[in-house]
Design a protein around this ligand. Structure first.
Ligand code: ACO
Length: 402
């Protein structure tokens, strides 16, 4: 950051740090990232161990409560989340009022925000039991909302949750089953989606999480704070990148443009042409999540017998990038979004659903970060300073004299 003199006069100096590249906004004990080494840990546990051995709801518990649950604690937590997956009948009606072709992220942000109107008993940000209830409601309802958004976008009727199934298993059933028809998801697909949700579950002070904290710092309730985070996530430089990657790959396939020509356009910095799914503010090494996602992409495509030419294009782009001076110099590696879209596509989700799936996964992180902030006695309302560059004082001129 550059320390510059403030023109405001109330503070001697302020630090100008566009994009907060060098400014910590808080202390946090949730997620550790070493971007140079490509290390990611939740509450001290390496991401690859959690991806391999844990489940999404167990990781949610870990992020929110700080420790892995005992078997009884996990059982109670899972049962409680499952019991809340049904939404109010009026909420279903409300979900039906959005245009069919609305972007799922816009519907999702509105739906999460609207939860506060249906559960007014869960709004007090300083009562522990209330906050726990809001957390459980968010984990439970977001799953239902995400499957509803998907089904509405394809004109299918909404399905009720089945409490006897696992979180991810039932999410897939609610997304893809025909009404009254048996449905069994492939266990490899269930496992892959569970892993993807774990990989997205937290990433310390990224754009959407910082947004959640900023809104929460004004003591806005958890739903309002998280809804703001979802809106931040919708941007193509953040969560929207997974959708942008698939558009890029599809465009390359359709246009028949060869991959090398595309890379030249990227390196020439043609307006709007970036290698989507590459680069990261913090990782200056291979994103450890991307390595796991890549393996899962192979597993899912194999299991579903779905050869996808787009995977070949992605692999080719990666190979070129990893050996190209432009990318090496700038330490640009695939990020988590580079391969996720290919998996979601193989599962049957449309590209517009990719970012809502990211939001479903990120929910535990937003909740944990918001809760940590609310408990931290050093928390103050977020209120950055600025360096004013506008006009100095001048006198008002009546409209007729301008
Ligand atoms: N393709 C080509 N060049 C790139 C890319 C890319 N994907 N990413 C960065 N660069 C170049 C920039 O042009 C810049 O070059 P310069 O030094 O010659 O000016 C240099 O690398 C540094 O890039 P910045 O944009 O300054 O890096 P920043 O940290 O601000 O941005 C970001 C990080 C937004 C992720 C960026 O790498 C990007 O736009 N990537 C593509 C979008 C994407 O995949 N986003 C997902 C991020 S992960 C997530 O949200 C889960």
């Amino acid at each position: 950051g550059i320390v510059v003199s403030s023109l405001l006069g109330t503070t001697g100096k302020v630090t100008l740090d566009p994009g907060f590249t060098n400014t910590a906004s808080c202390e946090s004990g949730i997620t550790y990232i070493d971007g140079g080494e490509g290390i990611l840990r939740y509450r001290g546990y390496p991401i690859d161990q959690l991806a391999e051995n844990s489940t999404f709801l167990e990781v949610a518990y870990l992020l929110i409560h700080g420790e892995l649950p005992s078997a009884d604690e996990l059982d109670a937590f899972v049962t409680r989340v499952n019991r809340h997956t049904l939404v109010h009948e009026d909420f279903r009606t409300f979900m039906g009022t959005f245009p069919r072709n609305a972007h799922p992220m816009a519907v999702m942000a509105s739906a999460i925000n609207a939860l506060s109107t249906f559960y007014p008993e869960s709004l007090d940000p300083f009562d522990d039991e209330t906050v726990e209830l809001a957390s459980v409601l968010l984990l439970a309802k977001t799953r239902t909302i995400t499957s509803y958004v998907h089904r509405r976008s394809i004109g299918e009727p909404l399905l009720y949750p089945d409490y006897s199934r696992g979180y991810v298993d039932d999410f897939l059933r609610m997304s893809f089953a025909q009404p009254y028809m048996p449905y069994e998801a492939d266990p490899i697909v269930v496992d892959a989606l569970d892993t993807l949700l774990i990989l997205h579950a937290d990433h310390e002070q990224n754009c959407s999480t910082s947004t959640v904290r900023m809104v929460g710092s004004a003591h806005a309730n958890l739903y309002a704070s998280v809804a703001a985070g979802i809106n931040a996530l919708s941007g193509p430089l953040h969560g929207g990148a997974n959708e942008a990657v698939l558009s890029m790959l599809t465009e390359l396939k359709k246009s028949g443009d060869d991959v090398d020509t595309y890379m030249t356009r990227v390196k020439n910095k043609e307006a709007g042409v970036r290698l989507m799914g590459f680069g990261h503010r913090v990782y200056k090494n291979y994103d450890p999540r991307a390595a796991i996602v890549k393996k899962k992409a192979y597993a899912v495509l194999d299991a579903l017998g779905a050869r996808d030419e787009l995977l070949d294009i992605a692999l080719r782009l990666e190979e070129i990038a990893l050996n190209d001076e432009y990318f090496i110099e700038r330490k640009l590696y695939p990020n988590v979004d580079f391969y996720t879209g290919l998996i979601y596509k193989a599962m049957g989700f449309s590209p517009a659903m990719f970012t809502p799936l990211f939001a479903l996964g990120r929910m535990p992180g937003w909740i944990a970060q918001w809760r940590e902030m609310m408990k931290d006695p050093s928390t103050k309302i977020g209120r950055p300073r600025q360096v004013y560059t506008g006009a100095t004082e001048r006198s008002y001129v009546p409209v007729g004299n301008r």
